[in-house]
Design a protein. Structure first.
Ligand code: FES
Length: 87
């Protein structure tokens, strides 16, 4: 697992292997709009302020993946112990 931090509140949440980031956030009352939940539509796109996402979407381009400053939290994970999200 890894952790996500909501930049606006400073709150940190554990993301277990069996849960989506959007599920963890939703349970904490942090709303991120979702649609496909498969990394196709881009509805859930969130800016990443710190950390390196493990991109699992088909929405962003290779160059956008390499920039690591945004990701799709419906399906993507993290390569670093923590992601700080612009939420
Ligand atoms: Fe469609 Fe995340 S909800 S890419």
């Amino acid at each position: 697992g890894f952790q996500v931090k909501v930049a606006s509140t400073g709150a940190v949440y554990d993301v277990p292997a069996d849960k989506r980031i959007t599920e963890v956030l939703d349970e904490a009352g942090v709303f991120v709009p979702v649609s496909c939940e498969e990394g196709v539509c881009g509805t859930c796109l969130v800016r990443v302020l710190e950390g390196t996402p493990e991109h699992r979407d088909l929405y962003l381009t290779d160059a956008e993946h390499e920039a690591n400053d945004q990701f799709t939290p419906c399906c993507s994970r993290s390569k670093s112990p923590m992601l700080v999200l612009d939420l």
